[in-house]
Design a protein around this ligand. Structure first.
Ligand code: NAD
Length: 499
């Protein structure tokens, strides 16, 4: 299919994607595929006002009824899975299979949220006072702004939006300026779900198009109760500070620098497959991509040659073509960042395998790269940074404690894993003495999380949690209620205050 056909099949009319000033490029060949109109600050303010009005009715709509809207959204997404998945692939360069997987995550979180809409429960707590009942209840917070990154243009919106909607909060989406088209297509899908629902208040689900300043307008508004922001640590610093200034609530999902430890007892065949998928999937542009491989010295010489052979055979090319496993980087700036990182790694003692430009004759304006393996003498400065590209730094270890220390000794704390068939090693890695990350896996790579668990990480990853487990609480306010059903007025802590 041509780009125009992909855009059209995702429901985007010519008038939706032309006549504006924001150029949207496809990383497939670097060409402009849309010129979007952006929203001005006053447009954004008007949208925030609409959401505020919508909140008045939505917060009192029974939660299971709110869940019905999300159920319909899940149905609409199922019907559009291929069309939206293809657009995701065209717009951010991930292979079509991963584009489909991203839409499947949206469907999965809708299913989870529908069930949750009947399970937004609190606690009952024992009161110290006779004839008193104490409990905890959860209430909607208000408008939730969702700021998303280019590399997952739709799934993180859904992780937030599906939960926020059942929790009673209107949502305003600010997608990445590098990948706004799948957001527009998703908004059309939402509009269809809302039309079927019947009485969703106007302004319940909105999408705003713009760049960083549009995100800043949302972040600074006191009428936005929650800002959930996915992106770089640089962005998280700015958003976190703006929210702290006004005591707003934020959920930050920022950069990662994820590692795998491969121990002598590991199943190397499984480890090999997991390494390749998690290091080169999405061309190394996942927050959970494998960036650091820490291999025991006894198996290093068995694993590394096989890994290099696997890398040599990786099909790089058009992400929409059959059989391709590695698509392009998002743009020329990402290519430069990868090349610079490889140069720095060499000056820090690294030996680079791969990491050269690909497809430049066919696509001179696109940023295709062969993934790189870099053997490093230790964890140098460049390894401690997140370079958003398919670079896998490999280091040796002799003792598990030292390997865990190495894994934890980076500013980021998103995902981690160990390959081992020794239960002692595996459990130690998951214990308090082990990985310091939000996600720690055994015999699974660091990427590709399911939506049932809480997703997010510590340290410079921002501390936010989204998706499953009790992440829904991030979209509600907690209220403690004490009810006196006695005919007396005893004070807590036995205080006497007789008048
Ligand atoms: P980015 O930080 O450049 O942009 C992300 C979004 O933030 C965009 O929509 C952008 O317009 C907006 N933004 C930027 N500065 C802002 C500000 N000051 N105020 C408000 N909004 C602002 O990130 P990117 O290049 O699109 O994405 C790559 C980064 O995202 C990587 O670091 C990756 O690890 C991270 N990421 C994290 C997760 C996670 O769940 N932890 C998921 C995906 C991506």
């Amino acid at each position: 299919m041509t780009p125009s056909e992909i855009l059209e099949s995702a429901g985007l009319a010519k008038s939706d994607i032309t006549g504006g000033t924001l150029d949207v490029f496809t990383p497939v060949d670097g060409s402009v595929i849309a010129r979007l109109k952006t929203h001005s600050t006053s447009d954004v303010d008007a949208m925030i006002a609409k959401a505020k009005t919508a909140f008045k009715t939505w917060k009192s709509t029974p939660a299971p009824r709110r869940g019905e809207l999300v159920r319909l959204l899940g149905e609409e997404l199922r019907a559009e899975k291929e069309n939206l998945g293809r657009l995701v692939s065209l717009e951010c360069g991930k292979i079509y299979q991963e584009g489909l997987g991203e839409v499947q995550e949206m469907i999965d979180i809708c299913d989870l949220a529908v069930g949750l809409s009947r399970q937004l429960f609190g606690l009952t707590i024992a009161s110290e006072r006779p004839g008193h009942a104490m409990r905890e209840t959860w209430h909607p917070m208000g408008t939730c702004a969702i700021i998303t990154a280019f590399n997952f243009p739709v799934a993180p919106w859904a992780w937030n939006a599906a939960l926020a909607l059942v929790c009673g909060d209107p949502v305003i989406w600010k997608p990445s300026e590098k990948a706004p088209l799948s957001a527009l297509a998703t908004q059309i899908i939402c509009d269809r779900a809302m039309a079927r629902f019947g009485d969703a208040p106007e302004g319940l689900i909105q999408t705003v198009i713009g760049e960083r300043d549009t995100g800043e307008t949302l972040t600074k508004s006191r009428d936005v109760a929650i800002v959930s922001a996915t992106g770089s640590t640089r962005m998280g610093h700015a958003v976190g500070a703006a929210l702290a200034e006004r005591f707003g609530r934020c959920i930050l999902e920022l950069g990662g620098n994820n590692a795998m430890i491969v121990t002598p007892s590991a199943d190397l065949e499984m480890a090999l497959r997991a390494i390749v998928f998690s290091a080169v999937g999405t061309a190394g542009q996942r927050c959970t991509s494998l960036r650091r491989l820490i291999v025991h010295e006894d198996i290093y010489d068995q694993l590394l040659p096989r890994l290099k052979t696997a890398y040599d055979g990786l099909p790089v090319g058009d992400p929409l073509a059959d059989g391709i496993l590695v698509g392009p980087l998002i743009d020329g700036a990402a290519l430069t960042a990868m090349t610079n990182a490889l140069e720095q790694a060499k000056t820090e003692g690294g030996t680079v395998h791969g990491g050269t430009r690909a497809m430049s004759d066919q696509y001179p304006d696109a940023a295709y790269m062969h993934p790189a393996i870099v053997e490093m003498p230790g964890q140098t400065d460049i390894i401690r940074q997140e370079t958003f590209a398919p670079i896998l730094y490999v280091m040796k270890y002799t003792d598990l404690d030292a390997a865990i220390a190495l894994q934890n000794d980076v500013p980021q704390g998103l995902s981690s894993c160990i390959f081992s068939t020794d239960v002692r090693e595996a459990e130690y890695f998951l214990s308090a003495a082990g990985s310091d990350c939000g996600i720690a896996n055994v015999n699974i790579g660091p990427s590709g999380a399911e939506i049932g668990g809480a997703f997010g990480g510590e340290k410079e990853t921002g501390g936010g949690r989204e998706s499953g487990s009790d992440a829904w609480r991030g979209y509600m306010r907690r209220q403690t209620n004490t009810v006196n059903y006695s005919r007396d007025l005893p004070l807590a802590q036995g205080i006497k205050f007789d008048i």
